[in-house]
Write a protein that binds this ligand. Sequence first.
Ligand code: ADP
Ligand code: MG
Length: 225
Amino acid sequence: MNKGYFITGTDTNIGKTEFAVALMRAIQERGHIVNAMKPISAGCTPSKEGLLNDDVIRLQSQSSTEMETSIINPYAFEPAIAPHIAAQEVGIEVKISHIKSNFDRIVSNSDYVVVEGVGGWCVPINKFQTTVDILHQLHLPIIMVVGIKLGCINHAMITYQAIKAARLKCIAWVANIIDPNMQRAKQNYHAIHERLDCPCIATIPYMSTPKTEEIYRLIELDQII
Ligand SMILES: Nc1ncnc2c1ncn2[C@@H]1O[C@H](COP(=O)(O)OP(=O)(O)O)[C@@H](O)[C@H]1O
Ligand SMILES: [Mg+2]
């Protein structure tokens, strides 16, 4: 290692997981050991092995090294709701120190670590802290996935400015055409491109069935590696 990326997005459900898994695949293609982390997940199914989250399952199965789910995803909550509310309901306090120690463990087994955020950029994780505070401990460069749909220019600019205001570095962005009926997608892309001072490292078209094997080939890895 030890390099890594934090994948944030303009919202929940805009393609962070699809991109994160594809990014792992792209870096693995170059012969590196790439592992993943999802510090907090909300929206899990109870099972014999504990609470299972779809994002975590995908990130775990793309990981180069076999690692326990509780290491990859130290905080898992059953309802698909805001994490600090889910945590409060079960009497758990999300602690960044715990996330950091799991992260360090994953780092020590990896050339690269890909960390997926929860929801959008600034999400409360407990009474006083947000996902931004996690970043201040993990010190990872950030990649912002923009879900190209109506309103995306505003969401992209606000997210980007908030990252900068937190004195963190967004090194790249990704245009993910999440809405098959998006009008003027190209013009929206250019409007965002002109206003951000980091490169767009992938434009992912709308795919009826998104496939990692297709998405990873679209990533211009040389811009960030
Ligand atoms: N380019 C795309 N084309 C079509 N569907 C997509 C695309 N990107 C993501 N999706 C789908 O949208 C949903 C949300 O994507 P996901 O990566 O889980 O978002 P997030 O991690 O931001 O919540 C998933 O069902 C995913 O397969
Ligand atoms: Mg996700």
